[in-house]
Ligand binder design. Structure first.
Ligand SMILES: Cc1cc2nc3c(=O)[nH]c(=O)nc-3n(C[C@H](O)[C@H](O)[C@H](O)COP(=O)(O)O)c2cc1C
Length: 459
């Protein structure tokens, strides 16, 4: 069989992910793995219809497709996303229909599941037969047990394609939002009280709902609101994945386009930040994706920390739980005062009311300095970065390490001496039968709540 590997790395042959593919090709010589660098060559594929058609033709002729990609900001790279958009724009879906597909990623496993969910949904939308996902950690290939696991997955995938095993569809097609949003006047705009408000959107002429939502939100504030369209930003290209920013946050594009200056001069000083986009396939636009990728020059430091933050989304978000999780996770791991997501799925008066409340809440919470506590999304993400930067990624991410050290990010539980001693004491105490009977007896729940009761009584 021929397995066509759609490579999602901007680094082409220098991709870590492709070394996993090379290993598979070496171990499974009975089948042919051929690679197309669709992310690296995306611009050429977009500008040269013949080159794009040649790739589509290779998909058509292949027996199976392997979506092989690095994780980029909870998803795939912006150029990979653009390639996926081109499939729809150029009506190339039929080449993918009925093909067996699997996804393979390398990453540090930070929101790898949302990226695979995305590819799974894209494959379902293309009516492919999606077999499953394989999320490898970037250095798994050094481990014999991990190599065996990857091989087993791939052999199962190839067997499924060869024998026509059934595959389950996980995602139903999306119903687009048909309703036109017609904003009413902003009756009582809220005084920004000197807070700097920034709205960044990618609304184009073909997105009247998003354009109207952005304008209506701006009108809900009394005081200056800066609205910036991504189309007006001077972005020369996507993140190259070169990691040259990792020593001191200096991006390779610095001085060559306007992105870094925009981020430093507009986003960093803002108190209230709103990102607005329309759903395109299963995410926002590839332009938004490129925006997020390019913020990587900040490495693993939250640059929106402490700001009030929200998303405006035009499109069927209620049918797209994966995108909702990505957006909520972004708000959380950036340590923002996340105010939520307003969409155009309700009636126009409902949307108006939500936009008015968003503006008012942003100013109120900003004045109060309120930040909601993180959930699993924020807590787990931060712990993962903490461990990775402290151990394996301190080099090359020198700037991250310095920041983490200076800002108390290295909050390892090993350093909580009081808690550790108390736990150790109780742990050994629990081994004494008489004490154990008391602790694990009918009064267990009472013991659990006793210190809290004491505290509440005292407060
Ligand atoms: C801009 C950027 C964003 C990234 N985002 C994520 C991420 O969200 N989650 C993750 O686990 N790894 C992330 N990574 C790490 C890469 O996925 C990882 O290094 C991958 O192995 C690179 O593969 P490649 O060499 O094939 O491009 C990111 C790397 C870069 C440069």
């Amino acid at each position: 069989m021929e397995i066509l590997v759609l490579s999602g790395s901007p680094k082409g042959d220098l991709s870590v992910t492709l070394q996993y593919v090379a290993y598979l090709a070496k171990k499974i010589p009975a089948h042919k793995f051929s690679v197309v660098h669709v992310a690296q060559q995306c611009r050429q594929l977009e500008n040269d219809p013949a080159a794009f058609a040649a790739v589509v033709d290779r998909v058509r002729r292949a027996d199976a497709v392997l979506w092989a990609f690095p994780l980029y900001y909870l998803l795939v790279h912006g150029s990979y996303k653009r390639f996926i958009e081109l499939i729809g724009e150029r009506g190339a879906q039929d080449a993918f229909r009925g093909k067996y597909a699997a996804s393979l990623s390398t990453s540090i496993r930070f929101f790898d599941h949302t990226a695979h969910n995305y590819i799974n949904a894209v494959a379902d939308d293309l009516e492919m037969r999606y077999f499953g996902r394989y999320s490898a950690k970037m250095n798994d290939l050094f481990d014999p047990a991990e190599r065996a696991r990857l091989l087993a997955f791939t052999e199962n995938f190839l067997a499924a394609a060869a024998h026509g095993h059934p595959t389950a569809r996980a995602y139903r097609p999306l119903d687009p939002v048909a309703r036109r949003y017609t904003p009413g006047p902003a009756a009582a705009p809220v005084d920004t009280g000197g807070k700097k408000v920034l709205i960044v959107s990618d609304a184009g002429p073909d997105q009247p709902n998003l354009t109207a939502m952005v304008a209506r939100l701006a009108a809900a504030f009394r005081g200056p609101v800066e609205t910036i369209n991504l189309g007006d930003l001077d972005i020369k290209g996507g993140c190259l994945g070169c990691c040259r920013c990792s020593y001191d946050n200096t991006c390779v594009y610095q001085g060559k386009d306007g992105f870094n200056a925009f981020y430093d001069e507009k986003v960093r000083p803002a108190d209230i930040v709103v990102y607005a986009g329309a759903i395109r396939d299963r995410y926002l636009s590839s332009r938004w994706k490129t925006y997020f990728d390019r913020t990587f020059f900040n490495n693993h430091v939250s640059t929106l920390s402490g700001k009030q933050f929200a998303f405006l989304v035009s499109g069927p978000l209620a049918q797209n739980a994966n995108l909702r999780q990505i957006l909520e996770a972004y708000g959380e791991f950036q340590q923002t005062g996340f105010l939520g997501i307003v969409t155009d799925e309700g009636s126009s008066p409902e949307t108006d009311a939500l936009l008015d409340r968003l503006a008012a809440a942003a100013v109120e919470q900003s004045a109060r300095g309120y930040l909601p506590p993180p959930s699993f999304l924020g807590v787990a993400g931060r712990k993962l970065f903490r461990d990775e930067i402290w151990a394996r990624m301190r080099f090359p991410f020198v700037a991250d390490h310095r920041y983490y050290q200076a800002n108390g990010y290295y909050d390892f539980p090993q350093r909580e001496w009081g808690v550790r001693l108390r736990t150790l004491f109780m742990y050994w105490l629990a081994h004494i039968p008489a004490v154990r009977k008391e602790i694990y007896g009918p009064r267990m729940t009472e013991h659990m709540v006793a210190p809290l009761r004491k505290l509440v009584a005292k407060l």
